[in-house]
Design a protein around this ligand. Structure first.
Ligand SMILES: CC(C)(COP(=O)(O)OP(=O)(O)OC[C@H]1O[C@@H](n2cnc3c(N)ncnc32)[C@H](O)[C@@H]1OP(=O)(O)O)[C@@H](O)C(=O)NCCC(=O)NCCS
Length: 280
């Protein structure tokens, strides 16, 4: 996939109602320019797959075949191409988030489910209370990325440095850390494009109703309370209660699926939100 493909890619992706912005697509190619692919017939794009490598894991973000071209084997062709490419690059684990109607598609290629993620959305502006003055929450500096990774890597079992660096670089005012005695104990990264905001990745070392509420209110205040997405592990009760309390509605539930010989552990309670840009 080339930069010049992105307008057609965005068009195909958003025909699925997924509300991505060009900056999201550009970020994918910036983080990993080598693994995303498109299928063309007579110069027309009929399918695409975006893939980002995080260390030794490949994450498939989008897999879309143009309507009218489905059920002709193009999806299988793209998936087989990605699997072969990951094999050749020594990447043993491929991960994706399957939409409800596509859940039965992936097991044929040896993907298995390891938990669900709920996509929450709030369309209308939020009236937020004034954030409490807290010494504990402040923006994260670029030179604190190693502290984020020291929390993130053991929990996610993968090195997401490139993605985290990219988000902190582009949205310095929306990337927050929670600190105790000067030590990072949680972080939440926000993004905003074309009036739509996104919360995640969001990790809390010891999530409580109180500390997650403080982080949420501070981040939402900074994002302006605009329409917002948050993708939270379905069995995270603290995240579920937070979303319910603030009037978010469930847009969809996607299944986290992996193709691997390794033992990948499901998300723990520390994972409040994953980044929607990892999704289809
Ligand atoms: C899901 C999608 C990528 C499949 O691509 P495709 O090109 O239509 O699939 P293929 O023609 O390669 O199908 C290969 C096989 O999978 C089956 N299959 C296709 N879509 C399926 C689905 N949604 N569920 C279960 N099986 C499916 C086909 O019947 C075919 O089976 P067969 O080999 O026994 O005949 C395509 O339908 C699509 O783009 N959908 C909209 C976007 C989307 O939902 N993407 C996935 C998000 S996670």
């Amino acid at each position: 996939m080339l930069l010049s493909d992105l307008p057609a890619v965005l068009d195909l992706v958003n025909r699925e109602g997924w509300m991505y912005d060009m900056v999201d697509m550009e970020r994918i190619l910036r983080i990993d320019s080598e693994c995303s692919i498109v299928a063309e017939t007579d110069g027309q794009m009929v399918g695409l797959a975006t893939v980002i490598r995080f260390g030794d894991r490949g994450v498939i973000g989008h897999l879309v075949i143009k309507e009218g071209w489905r059920k002709k084997g193009i999806g299988d062709f793209l998936l087989d191409t990605i699997i072969a490419d990951m094999d050749s690059k020594g990447i043993g684990t491929i991960e994706l988030y399957a939409a409800p109607h596509a859940r039965d598609y992936y097991p044929r290629k040896n993907f298995r489910g390891i938990g669900d993620v709920t996509i929450y959305f709030r369309e209308s502006r939020l009236d937020l209370p004034k954030p409490k003055k807290s010494q504990n929450i402040r923006t994260i500096e670029l030179d604190e990325i190693d502290d984020i990774l020291a929390m993130d890597k053991p929990i996610l079992e993968v090195d997401r440095r490139k993605m985290i660096e990219d988000i902190v670089t582009h949205y310095p005012d929306l990337c927050l850390g929670q600190f105790e005695d000067g030590r990072l104990t949680g972080y939440a990264l926000g993004r905003s494009a074309s009036g739509i905001c996104d919360i995640g990745p969001w990790i809390m070392g010891n999530p409580t109703e109180e500390n997650t509420s403080s982080m949420f209110i501070e981040l939402m205040t900074r994002m302006g309370g605009e329409p917002t997405f948050m993708c939270a592990p379905t069995d995270n009760n603290i995240a579920t209660d937070l979303m319910t309390k603030w009037g978010f509605s469930v847009k969809s539930v996607v299944r986290r699926m992996v193709r691997t010989k390794q033992d990948i552990k499901p998300f723990t309670g520390e994972v409040m939100a994953v980044a929607a840009l990892e999704f289809a």
